[in-house]
Design a protein around this ligand. Structure first.
Ligand SMILES: [Zn+2]
Ligand SMILES: [Zn+2]
Length: 177
C-alpha cells in the first residue's frame, strides 16, 4: 500500500486549511504548498468564505462518528457540485479536478478537500483523521504512518514538547517520592 498518493495530498490540503489562521499570507502559503493553482486575490470576501469552510472541515477531522463525518463530506461535495474530471494541464501528471478551474476558489478548495477526506475515509474510516495529542496544540492531521500510530501534528515540535513535559513530570515525581 502506498501512502503518498494523490488523495493524501488532497486530505493534507483539508488539514492545512483547518490549521491555517485567518491570515492572508499564511493562507497563501498553505495553498501554494498544496499545489492550488490560480489563487488570485485573497479578498476580504474570499477570506470570509474560507473562514466559514474551516470549521466544517475541522468537524470531519474531530468527529468520532463516521456517519456524522460522512454527512458533512457529502454536504460539501453536493454544495460544490463536485464532478471529477481527469486532466494533465500544464504538463502536470494526470490528476483529478473536481470543479472547473474557473469556479470560485472556496468552491475548488471545498471540493478538493472533501474528496480527499472521502477517499481517506473510504480506505481507513476515521482512523487516519486525527487531532494533535499535545495539550497546547489543536491542529489536525492525516496520519500517513503505516501503523496509524502518529499522535502529534508534527513529531519534531509538538511530539518533542510533549516528551520534554513528560520527562519533567517524571523527574518531579521521582523527586517527591
Ligand atoms: Zn490541476
Ligand atoms: Zn500539534
Amino acid at each position: 500500500m502506498k501512502f503518498d498518493h494523490y488523495s493524501d495530498r488532497e486530505a493534507a490540503l483539508a488539514a492545512g486549511l483547518v490549521n491555517s489562521a485567518d491570515d492572508r499570507d499564511e493562507l497563501r502559503d498553505v495553498l501554494t504548498r498544496n499545489n492550488i493553482s490560480a489563487i488570485g486575490d485573497l479578498s476580504a470576501e474570499v477570506m470570509d468564505q474560507i473562514q466559514a469552510l474551516r470549521p466544517r472541515l475541522g468537524k470531519i477531522f474531530r468527529s468520532e462518528d463516521p456517519a456524522e463525518a460522512a454527512t458533512e463530506i457529502n454536504a460539501l461535495l453536493r454544495e460544490t457540485g463536485a464532478l471529477p474530471q481527469i486532466t494533465d494541464h500544464d504538463d502536470e501528471e494526470w490528476h483529478l479536478h473536481y470543479t472547473p478551474v474557473e469556479a470560485p476558489l472556496v468552491v475548488r478548495l471545498a471540493a478538493e478537500a472533501a474528496m480527499g477526506l472521502a477517499i481517506v475515509m473510504r480506505d481507513d474510516g476515521l482512523e487516519r483523521l486525527k487531532t494533535c495529542a499535545s495539550e497546547t496544540c489543536d491542529d489536525v492531521f492525516v496520519d500517513t504512518s503505516r501503523n496509524r500510530s502518529r499522535r502529534f501534528c508534527d513529531p519534531a515540535t509538538c511530539g518533542n514538547r510533549a516528551n520534554v513535559a513528560a520527562f519533567r513530570a517524571r523527574r518531579r515525581g521521582a523527586k517527591s517520592s
